[in-house]
Unconditional design. Structure first.
Length: 585
């Protein structure tokens, strides 16, 4: 970009600075922006560009924020400065500050989809899922052709108290927008129902934590005489870790595909001759759901990464279990959902899925405990003198109904405390807002312990040793957090709901043999929690035997899980073979 010459034929330094910045010469650009401000100190656009250059040059965030705020003070209607200040605050973990700036920015710049989306992310992190859903909807109105925005909006809706039918309808809209593609040619896969199967796993999670917990058993325990495994990793190489390196050695074939567009990725999978492609993301993370509409594999399934339907007819199966997704009662209906009035049984999960539900005997996942987890300590209440309830779930899961329920638990168990842990609680404004939410339900804020980010994974797990009893949020239960806390000895009280996200707790507690901690009503939930808090001897006994209980349960039985999963794959494949090669095109 170039601009008009200044006095004496010299180019405007602000224009030169912009050109240098665009060329990547950010140090020189910053110097020239400062020179331009010496001549025109009241120009918010130049201040905004200076702040951008400072960001590129990794200047201290406080100094960058100061520049943005000066620009806003000069012209309060200059939305770009508010947007930039919000980005800097968010990057340093000041979620509350970011919210304030972005809320002002969207009032000034109404037509910026990215800004509405960023506001939604911050609102979701701070625990206001309803406001976040509205912000994502505003972003989608401006950019309806962006599948990533759709997926984030749909993920956020799972936090809200919506029916399975309404959620299916919302997901179906995604399918209408991104679930069709040019007709794919027939697959050349040999329709032999008993031959060795080529299974493809598509994920961004071939790394620590989720990968180490749930995917390591998958890759290590598969029967390689029955299946051949290809991993399609969406993880950029610079984000790979030691778990990724191990997964590479476990896969029969490894494809790093983060740079492939949907057409190229579909062509790669088809060329590899994959029989069953398993998406591990759903609408979470860096997914490639629109790619599945190209039908790269004869059979396509989704599993693990998302607690709801994809909304896509091109995804044939979703892998669940009978507790997380109960079948229709006798005389009810089953099969793919979507038609109005489809299910007579409110718990018939089939009616709320665009896929056919493939039910494993349960649970629907297998957990490999972290080898470096600290030891379970005796009951924390003994050292503290008070029972501590706790949750390490994302704040977005703690709906108003959950806060009200947990407040009732605290009322029924006088003298107890509640520990919440999530990264945004490191921000004083976010922490204060959560104390206020419980105060509105009559709970003394001093009964709350709020923890933010703990960088060390061992330190994070050790923090579970501060919890006597874990409380599951509703209607979006924990999964990884539940597995962690059970391994660290804390029993979980959960409320069984009417859709997968609200029944994961029931599935996991049933798997480890503690269905008595699964409540059918909020009143029963509060009774169970208060009863546990009032029986320290029983609580201690339960705690000290929890790790052995979990280790011996189906939740950690890797051979059993893989047998059931491979049986499910075989049944899917036989169905395709029986239906004919073109039946699922």
């Amino acid at each position: 970009m170039s601009g008009p010459a200044g006095a004496g034929g010299q180019a405007d330094p602000a224009v030169l600075a912009f050109d240098l910045h665009a060329a990547g010469r950010t140090d020189e650009a910053e110097t020239l922006y400062r020179r331009a401000l010496a001549d025109a100190p009241m120009q918010p656009a130049i201040l905004h560009n200076l702040a951008l250059a400072m960001e590129s040059n990794r200047r201290p965030p406080d100094r960058i924020l100061a520049v943005y705020r000066i620009a806003s003070a000069i012209d309060p209607s200059y939305g770009k400065a508010e947007a930039g200040a919000g980005g800097v605050a968010f990057g340093r973990g000041a979620v509350g500050t970011a919210l304030r700036h972005w809320e002002r920015a969207v009032r000034l710049v109404l037509d910026n989809a990215s800004l509405w989306f960023n506001l939604g992310v911050a609102q979701q992190m701070a625990g206001d899922a309803a406001a976040a859903a509205d912000s994502y909807a505003a972003a989608l109105r401006l950019r309806p052709d962006d599948p990533a925005m759709w997926s984030q909006h749909l993920l956020c809706l799972n936090y809200l108290d919506l029916s399975g039918r309404e959620l299916l309808e919302r997901h179906r809209r995604f399918g209408d927008a991104f679930g069709t593609a040019a007709a794919a040619p027939p697959h050349a896969n040999a329709a032999d129902p008993e031959r060795r199967l080529r299974i493809g796993y598509l994920s961004v999670e071939f790394r620590s934590h989720l990968g180490g917990y749930f995917l390591a058993p998958l890759l290590e325990r598969h029967d390689r005489t029955a299946v051949e495994i290809t991993c399609y990793s969406l993880l950029p190489p610079d984000r790979e870790d030691e778990v990724t390196a191990r997964f590479r050695t476990l896969a029969d074939r490894w494809r790093t595909v983060d740079r492939l567009d949907n057409e190229a990725l579909a062509a790669r999978i088809r060329a590899d001759g994959i029989d069953i492609l398993v998406d591990l993301a759903g609408h979470s993370g860096l997914n490639r759901l629109p790619m599945l509409a190209r039908r790269p594999a004869p059979v396509q399934a989704t599993w693990l990464g998302y607690p709801n339907t994809t909304g896509l007819d091109c995804v044939d199966y979703r892998i669940v279990d009978p507790v997380s997704d109960p079948p229709a009662s006798p005389g009810g209906t089953s099969g793919r959902g979507g038609a109005a009035g489809h299910a007579a049984d409110a718990h018939a999960a089939d009616a709320h899925a665009s896929e056919s539900l493939a039910r494993l005997p349960g649970p629907f996942l297998c957990f490999r405990p972290p080898a470096d987890a600290p030891a379970v300590v005796p009951l924390p209440a003994g050292a503290r003198g008070a029972v501590t309830f706790g949750s390490f779930n994302k704040l977005a899961k703690l709906t108003d109904a959950t806060v009200a329920l947990w407040a009732e638990v605290l009322r029924r168990a006088p003298g107890t405390r509640l520990l919440l842990k999530d990264r945004p609680l490191s921000c004083p404004e976010v922490a204060r807002s959560w104390r206020d939410r419980f105060a509105r339900h009559g709970i003394d804020p001093d009964r709350l312990d709020l923890l933010g980010w703990i960088a060390d994974p061992g330190g994070h797990l050790a923090a579970y040793n501060r919890i006597d009893i874990a409380l599951d949020p509703h209607p979006y239960n924990g999964t990884i957090t539940t597995c962690d806390l059970l391994w660290m000895g804390a029993p979980l009280v959960t409320l069984r709901g009417e859709r997968h996200a609200a029944r994961v707790g029931a599935s996991l507690m049933t798997a480890i043999g503690l269905p008595g901690l699964v409540a059918a009503t909020p009143d029963r939930y509060a009774d169970i929690a208060a009863g546990l808090a009032g029986d320290l001897t029983g609580l201690m006994r339960l705690r000290m035997g929890m790790r052995e209980r979990v280790a011996a349960s189906p939740l950690c039985d890797e051979p059993r899980f893989l047998r059931h999963l491979e049986t499910a794959y075989r049944l899917m494949w036989r169905h395709w073979c029986a239906a004919g090669r073109s039946a699922l095109r």
